[in-house]
Design a protein around this ligand. Structure first.
Ligand SMILES: Cc1ncc(COP(=O)(O)O)c(C=O)c1O
Length: 385
């Protein structure tokens, strides 16, 4: 029986694999997945219900409903000062996940390299491999988990025309680090005039606690594909709605991959997402969620630092990337397994996020404050045992 040989080069998602491995531990408290504990606001649910009741049950346009494409364009203009044409520069995808697949598949030829600042969300690498490309990492653990213009220039000098794309995920999963507008402008200066496409995964853009999110597309619109969606901004992970925007030529390519892979997203989910992105009520939902996450972040970072974990200040998303204190087992996988089995708290070992992640653990604070307090008490008991 024939199988795609490239499948031998990829492993199942390490986050989900670790989560499954510790899920049977009795009384486990999980801070593993990036899954909000908050329910979808009622007016958004109602929009999805109305779509069903209106017999909105036929194939949608492949690029997504007009209403959602317009809402996405409005959202990006309103929040990030980005200008896109709803008819030719937007594709609605099944979450940012499909956006990652479509964009990488659209730009990578066999043998091409894609630059991935690491540690990184472990979805980019297998997608590059499946497209026949070569994931090419830059260790950012010594540069505040951010890609610097010098590192980028070095990669361009080293790999030349082989380097076709760079993935920038900010705010970052797993570290929460994000770029200032000055830092993005400096990266754009290095990229301008090259043939490199930026794949900007900005799915956490609405969850920036310190300062304001800026998109690199503001500085490099002709070379950037921006990925976003409602999974994190509106706790709509299960609706599976994201979108990709970019210059018309690139979006045409992304749209072809999307069309042949999924045809279109589902109508009720798109109606919910249009309500989320296109209304003032939707904006207020996000602000309320953000305030809640900010309070949790402040609590968790302070409490873990008091226990001896070194933590780069997470400016956004809902993760803390904590360095295991000196004097404790430094192997993050062994530490996380023992913490789950003996301490009853599940976190993700940093090495699941690749280069630069060893010695760290990732905790998701998309969990209630009460759960976070219980987790901290358990971690304290575990490490002082
Ligand atoms: C950085 C990053 N990109 C993409 C995704 C996937 O988002 P979606 O649920 O919209 O597919 C996630 C989900 O955790 C993520 O952390």
């Amino acid at each position: 029986m024939s199988l795609n040989e490239r499948l031998t080069q990829i492993q199942p998602n390490a986050i989900r694999a670790f989560d499954a491995q510790i899920s049977d531990v009795a009384d486990i408290l999980k801070l593993t997945l990036g899954e909000p504990d908050i329910n979808v606001p009622t007016h958004i649910k109602q929009a999805a219900i109305d779509s069903i009741l209106a017999d909105d049950s036929h194939y949608a346009p492949a690029a997504g409903t007009q209403a959602l494409r317009e809402a996405a364009v409005h959202f990006l203009a309103d929040r990030y000062n980005l200008q896109y044409d709803a008819d030719s520069q937007v594709i609605v995808t099944l979450g940012a996940t499909e956006g990652i697949y479509d964009t990488i598949t659209a730009v990578v030829n066999p043998g091409d390299r894609v630059l991935i600042p690491a540690p990184n969300f472990p979805l980019y690498d297998p997608t590059v491999v499946l497209a026949g490309g070569v994931p090419t990492y830059v260790d950012t653990s010594a540069t505040d988990f951010l890609l610097t213009p010098d590192q980028l220039q070095d990669a361009i000098d080293t790999y030349g025309d082989q380097l076709v794309a760079v993935v920038l995920n900010y705010p970052s999963n797993p570290t929460g680090a994000t770029y200032t507008s000055e830092q993005l402008s400096a990266l754009a200066d290095v990229l301008r005039g090259t043939d490199i496409t930026v794949i900007a995964d900005e799915i956490y853009s609405e969850l920036v606690y310190d300062g304001q999110h800026t998109s690199i597309a503001q500085y490099l619109p002709d070379q950037t594909l921006v990925l976003n969606g409602v999974s994190k901004s509106h706790a709509m992970t299960g609706y599976r709605i994201g979108f990709v925007v970019g210059p018309t030529k690139l979006i045409r390519a992304v749209g072809l991959i999307h069309q042949f892979a999924v045809t279109s997203a589902s109508n009720p989910a798109m109606a919910g997402a249009a309500e989320a992105l296109g209304t003032e009520a939707g904006r207020q939902d996000t602000l309320a969620m953000k305030a809640e996450y900010a309070a949790r972040r402040d609590y968790l970072v302070k409490a873990l630092r008091e226990l001896g974990f070194a933590i780069p200040q997470p400016a956004g998303a809902f993760y803390v990337f904590a360095q295991i204190p000196d004097g404790l087992a430094q192997d993050d996988v062994a530490f996380s397994l023992a913490l789950a089995q003996e301490g009853k708290v599940a976190v993700i070992p940093g090495s699941a996020f690749g280069i630069g992640g060893a010695g760290y653990i990732r905790l998701s604070y998309a969990a209630s404050l009460v759960d976070l307090q219980t987790a901290v008490a358990r971690i304290a008991a575990f490490i002082t045992d």
